[in-house]
Design a protein around this ligand. Sequence first.
Ligand code: 5GP
Length: 221
Amino acid sequence: MKKVKKDMGMSNSEELSASATSATSSALQRQRRLIVLTGPTAVGKGTVEATLLAQHPEIWVSVSATTREPRPGEIDGKNYLFVTEDEFATMQREGKFLETALVHNMAHYGTPLQPVLDHLEKGVPTILEIDLQGARRVKQRAAELGLEVLSVFLAPPSFEDLVTRLASRGTENDEERRKRLETAKIELAAEKEFDVVIVNDTVENAADQLWKVIDKEYSET
Ligand code: 5GP
């Protein structure tokens, strides 16, 4: 601050006010920072997130709307907002989404905008776990919404690893698995578009690295 005062010939009160302004603007900037997490099917995004949230419950992960059927154990309002195609289309028409995508050519997914803005407003570290199309869309809309986006790609140790994980999950039929692996190839090829890449070699490692990224992002002024 001293340097600013000297360089710009500021008085003490001007110096204080400049310092307050800069503190306010950096706080505002922090509030508007958003983490977008993307990774191919079955890479383990859910498990990494669960580990991260267990250690850092102050983080909030956005709950998406989807038109796909719930998997066994998934809870409406917690894992997803499970909606019909009509309900989804209405939300879309009313501008309720930050982004939407037709994923794996099978179902619609979308991030409700208002809860994201509400959490950012309160300074809560906020993560969107969305696909590549959604990540691109959020980046496109960032300036318009005054958001600063940090995109993170969770990568598998290898493509074969994904195939094994998807098969062992056993929640999709052959056709769904084929579609998911097709999308995975496209997503893996787009890895370099992301600001940070984390390899999910072990869940603990990946969760730890993700936390370091979030912590840095939200503590920087
Ligand atoms: P799943 O059906 O396995 O839960 O998710 C399929 C894919 O949809 C994953 O890549 C997941 O990240 C993505 N996804 C989940 N919610 C959203 C969302 O709101 N928007 C977009 N674009 N993708 C989403």
